[in-house]
Design a binder for this molecule. Sequence first.
Ligand SMILES: [Zn+2]
Length: 63
Amino acid sequence: MTRQGSFNFLIYNVYMAIKPTCDTCGKELTEFGAIVLSPPDESSKVRKYHLCVDCFEKLALPK
Ligand SMILES: [Zn+2]
């Protein structure tokens, strides 16, 4: 399996299996939202957040 392939599989699992909630407003993600990755910290760990479409647009779109 390629790296790209396993990444797609992860996305599938996240959305189809566990019904994540938005990490900003707490709403259950009933439609496809966004996954936001933090910049790596000192130990190269990256935090992952799920955001609903509303919060993603507030956070990430240029004003
Ligand atoms: Zn939200």
